[in-house]
Ligand binder design. Structure first.
Ligand SMILES: NC(=O)C1=CN([C@@H]2O[C@H](COP(=O)(O)OP(=O)(O)OC[C@H]3O[C@@H](n4cnc5c(N)ncnc54)[C@H](O)[C@@H]3O)[C@@H](O)[C@H]2O)[C@H](O)CC1
Ligand SMILES: [K+]
Length: 513
């Protein structure tokens, strides 16, 4: 499965990466060749991206294969004419296997790792620990991290910045290098994407080192970087002959006091392609909704029973409850009614908060519902709803999805979409200006708009999260949530080109002649 930059969208755990390594070697690739390719990719990256800072490249090597990569880096840089120094943690005689072989091919000096030896250094290559890190850095390696940071030297990390565990996205337990750039191998690891670990990695480059793609079949990863590769084939592009009744009908619950939220969601649902949007609101607030949203159908819904009646129309096939709805029994009743009606459902904002301390009740309903449910908490809502679940965002979203039987979208700078069967995606980049009032309402509107068009919930949530972030990038700084729905068409046009489904306007015009 290829992502936009041509590398695979799969993310491998450290254990899975070791399997990939083993399977490649079992298939006839020499371990030493993998290491040679890894070190060469890092050396190329040094030569390509190095600043004009004067001085040597200092390669810090550890006792395992990460250090082995470092020996290759040093040899390659030296061969390219670059001034290079190499310092080893521990004794050379302790190196084994491929790392010992790589060290034997290095004909330069091997210095002792020394935090005081940073004079005349232009760049540090961190090859102390990679996948094999099994405890926090201490002693000399910890002192080295601190000295490099104090000296303000740029750092290029091999595989993972030393001190970070490749599988974990939370803050490291001890010191860790803050790299400007990380070159990892074959596929990204969770730490490259989950915040705050991601911030230690800098720009992440994935190098191919000769591990065949076929090993992925055996490993069958359950974690992916969110990209169109994951969901584009399932995206509901409208066939030329379609009419609006074939593109689904979203029912969105609107609040009485906070009327902006459901309006943002409605506009987003329409922009992402829903054929029709009905907005259910109190009779008192109906004029506000009706006047401002000519393309939205407004329904006066006074009591909970009226919402049940609105659900009786089977054409209203996807429902959103929560944005601006208020934290009260009424919101909970609407959510329950939608679950009992078996609709594809998004519960967001207040519709999550109203189930605080009542998750058993919610999970029974989601399990029994004929439709798929998507929960879209931000961190605070997540903690209220799932107070007992700890871990990094990936782990928390996965556990919550398993408990609830719903697709969980845990929103943040690294939004995770997790399914009950452990499939999960991590969104690698979102602009900081996306963190502003109302953008969550737009996202939930996009998800319900895609559900209305029949897209499976895990794909719909992934697509909405990715497109949402891209629309924010496309608009740029200064964006407010009102801008987001109107920034969607640009992103959709690009995607439809990519999907090879670009609308041929000439053909359509000719049809009308
Ligand atoms: N997987 C591949 O396809 C390839 C990976 N390569 C590189 O190899 C490393 C992983 O190597 P490994 O030897 O398994 O682990 P490390 O080098 O990270 O370190 C293991 C070594 O360090 C000890 N240790 C662990 N934590 C600490 C600590 N905090 N303090 C002191 N010592 C520690 C541990 O006990 C071991 O002795 C991978 O990242 C790639 O860079 C190959 O190049 C081939 C392709
Ligand atoms: K490293």
């Amino acid at each position: 499965m290829l992502s936009q930059d041509g590398s695979g969208a799969e993310i491998l755990t450290v254990e899975e990466m070791y399997s990939a390594d083993r399977l490649a070697i079992a298939g006839g690739v020499a371990g030493r060749d993998l290491m040679e390719a890894a070190g060469t990719a890092v050396a190329d990256s040094v030569l390509l991206y190095e600043s004009s800072r004067a001085g040597a490249v200092l390669v810090l090597c550890g006792p395992g294969n990460n250090g082995g990569d470092g020996f290759v880096v040093a040899r390659r840089l030296k061969a390219a004419g670059r001034a290079v120094r190499l310092a080893l943690l521990g004794d050379r005689s302790a190196l084994t296997g491929d790392a010992a072989a790589a060290a034997a091919d290095w004909d330069g000096e091997i210095e002792v790792l020394d935090p005081a030896g940073l004079e005349d250094v232009a760049l540090v290559v961190d090859a102390l620990f990679g996948a094999g890190l099994n405890r926090p850095l201490d002693g000399l390696s910890a002192a080295m991290v601190e000295a490099v940071e104090r000296a303000g030297l740029p750092v290029l990390a091999v595989d993972v910045p030393s001190g970070l565990a490749g599988d974990r996205g939370d803050a490291p337990d001890g010191p860790a290098f803050r790299a400007d750039r990380t070159v990892t191998f074959f596929r990204k690891k969770p730490a490259h994407l989950i915040v705050p670990a991601r911030f230690f990695c800098g720009d992440v480059q994935v190098a191919q080192i000769g591990i065949p793609e076929s090993v992925l079949q055996e490993i069958s990863p359950r974690l992916f970087e969110n990209s169109p590769a994951l969901w584009l084939a399932g995206f509901p592009w409208r066939p030329a002959e379609a009419h609006k009744y074939q593109a689904g009908h979203a029912l969105i619950s609107g609040g009485t006091e906070m009327t902006g939220a459901a309006q943002l969601a409605s506009r987003a649902a329409l922009r992402i392609g829903a054929g029709l949007v009905s907005l259910a609101c109190s009779p008192a607030s109906l004029p506000i909704y009706a006047l401002a949203n000519p393309s939205v159908i407004t329904l006066a819904v006074g009591a909970a029973a009226d919402f049940v009646a609105a659900l009786a129309d089977p054409r209203r096939n996807a429902v959103l409850v929560g944005p601006g709805n208020g934290v009260g029994a009424d919101t909970r009743e609407r959510a329950i009614a939608a679950l009992e009606a078996g609709r594809s459902l998004v519960l967001d904002a207040d519709a999550l908060t109203v189930f605080e301390g009542r998750t058993e009740e919610l999970f029974k309903l989601t399990a029994a519902s004929a439709g798929e449910t998507v929960l879209t908490p931000h961190d605070g809502e997540f903690r209220r709803l799932f107070p007992g679940i700890a871990g990094d965002p990936l782990e928390r979203a996965r556990v919550a999805a398993a408990q609830s039987g719903a697709i969980v979208v845990l929103k943040g700078p690294d939004t995770v979409v997790a399914a009950p069967d452990r499939r999960a995606s991590i969104n690698g980049s979102a602009p900081p200006w996306l963190a502003t009032a109302g953008t969550g309402d737009v996202l939930s509107g996009m998800i319900v708009g895609l559900l209305a068009q029949g897209m499976p919930a895990f794909l719909a949530a992934g697509a909405a999260v990715w497109i949402h972030a891209q629309a924010a990038f496309a608009f740029g700084p200064g964006m407010i949530s009102e801008d987001l729905p109107d920034a969607l068409p640009k992103v959709l046009a690009r995607l439809s080109d990519e999907a090879g489904r670009a609308v041929d306007y000439r053909k359509i015009v000719n049809n009308f002649r």
